[in-house]
Design a protein around this ligand. Structure first.
Ligand SMILES: [Zn+2]
Ligand SMILES: [Zn+2]
Length: 494
């Protein structure tokens, strides 16, 4: 017995006969139609049973609901009140299958109906839903819209701090209206506030929030709540993989902005055994044939960087991952044409890399000096000094790139020794990552084709030259290194 049977049963027994009855008045038919809409939105038998339970007892004479009941009876139609005991008997096995609070997962999308059915209000228009009984509610659900209405809600800090307007009646905002009082009293009773961001038909659960304070506009009298998001990883609730990743990234950026001493102090007292969080994810069912075909096509070579798979799997096949060029989540197809086999580096880069230009630079040393080159041409960088190098081409390793560039620009062959450091530089148009290597000349005579000058200088002389901003960090690094070396020598000589 599934939910569709249960819905069909209600429709066949009560709703269709009523809607098809020629003598039933439109006023009553509208009520039936509304109810039918609710019934059709049910996803669990227990939820439907709870809805019908409201009709468990026959409304007393004088109750407005009694009119519909009496009219149904006079036409010989079955009512929900008649249906309820039968429903309970037939669908007994499904009665306990109701939506529970734990079915709401942080990061997931729901419909207004999911919320209204769970809250048992069967009303999709509200902004605030009180779950359970006052004053110690099980939860408060808030459905926040950000575009329409006279008082649009707003994120004070995106997804972290919400400005949410109080429930108002005819533009009067009172803290003691039931909905508002529930939110204000929520810290006292420990009631969690679930905030859904409503966009079109989707209500996305952004997290659990706590009431911080309320504020008012003295001019128009409007009032709003300031709600603050709780760390999704600290509250023992299920989260989506995306929410999980976002929270971890948030913690990392917070940690990055704090000072090092404080961070190290915290690390000393931090628990060594990590807590756990339940992460739910919905995966596309991928076609094994597509994976095998793509891997065979690649023959163990990454289809981006053209380098061999960096290691073998335990079954001795090359480790490449099959990646969709247009993601499945964006409507991409699970086909051989829309997939390529990538090494783990290229695969991670395909998903997470910033759009930058990678450039190499050589710090070529001879005796106590380094080679610096002056930019030729015109424009504002002409005349400035730099460490020579250039853009990495597709399929080229950094070392290959550097050897090629130096040969092209200076006419010499170099040996690339070790990685020195990097500099991230943002010009107005692009972001560059300059990766510098220590190197030495192995053959050829210096003959610059693009630079207007070359010089061998000692580290202490570097300050006399004006470098490109992107290279300044390397100059500083060289100076620091020289200082360290000097102090090491003086220590060892004493
Ligand atoms: Zn690769
Ligand atoms: Zn991928």
């Amino acid at each position: 017995m599934d939910i569709n049977h249960a819905i069909q049963f209600v429709v066949d027994e009560v709703e269709s006969p009523a809607l098809e009855h020629s003598l039933l008045e439109k006023e009553f038919k509208n009520k039936v139609t509304r109810s039918k809409t609710v019934v059709h939105r049910m996803k669990k038998i227990g939820d439907l049973a709870r809805y019908l339970k409201r009709f468990e007892t026959i409304p007393p004479v004088g109750d407005p609901k009694r009119r519909l009941y009496d009219r149904f009876k006079s036409l010989g139609l079955k009512t929900y009140e008649d249906l309820y005991p039968e429903f309970i008997k037939i669908f007994a096995q499904g009665i306990d299958d109701v939506t529970v609070l734990d079915d709401f997962i942080i990061g997931k999308d729901y419909s207004s109906w999911d919320i209204s059915i769970f809250s048992q209000t069967y009303d999709t228009q509200s902004g605030i839903y009180l779950i359970g009984d006052e004053p110690n509610y099980q939860a408060i659900f808030i459905k926040a819209t950000f575009t329409d209405g006279k008082y649009p809600n707003e994120w004070i800090q995106k997804y972290d701090v919400l400005k949410y307007y109080m429930y108002s009646l005819k533009n009067v905002f009172k803290s003691d209206y039931k909905y508002n009082a529930a939110i204000i009293n929520s810290p006292k009773y420990g009631v969690p506030i679930y905030v859904f961001e409503k966009q079109a038909e989707k209500c996305s659960l952004k997290g659990i929030y706590k009431y911080e304070r309320d504020e008012a506009d003295p001019v128009n009298g409007s009032k709003w709540f300031v709600l603050k998001k709780l760390n999704s990883l600290d509250i023992n609730k299920a989260v989506t993989l995306r929410e999980y990743e976002q929270e971890v990234n948030k913690q990392v950026s917070v940690s990055r902005t704090r000072n090092k001493t404080e961070r190290r102090e915290r690390l000393k007292t931090a628990p060594k055994a990590p807590g756990t969080v339940s992460v739910t994810s919905t995966q596309f069912v991928r076609n094994g044939d597509v994976i095998v075909e793509v891997l065979e096509r690649a023959k163990g070579i990454c289809e981006d960087c053209r380098r061999p798979a960096p290691f073998l799997r335990k079954d001795l096949t090359p480790y490449l991952e099959v990646h969709h060029i247009k993601p499945l989540s964006e409507g991409g197809e699970d086909t051989v044409e829309n997939a390529k086999a990538l090494c783990p580096n290229c695969h991670r880069a395909a998903h997470h890399a910033a759009d930058i230009v990678t450039v190499t630079a050589a710090i070529i040393r001879k005796d106590n000096t380094v080679l610096i080159a002056q930019r030729g041409g015109t424009g504002d960088i002409a005349g400035k000094w730099e460490f020579p190098g250039g853009k990495v081409e597709e399929g080229e390793s950094l070392e290959q790139c550097l050897r090629r560039e130096i040969k092209e620009e200076l006419g010499v062959n170099i040996k690339v020794q070790r990685y020195f450091g990097e500099s991230i530089f943002q010009s107005t148009a692009r972001t560059y990552r300059i990766m510098a290597f220590m190197a030495k000349l192995i053959s050829g005579d210096l003959n610059p084709s693009e630079h207007s000058g070359l010089k061998w200088v000692t580290v202490s002389e570097l300050d006399q030259y004006q470098f490109l901003p992107a290279d300044e960090i390397f100059v500083d690094q060289l100076k620091r290194l020289a200082k360290k070396k000097k102090s090491r020598i003086s220590i060892s000589s004493t």
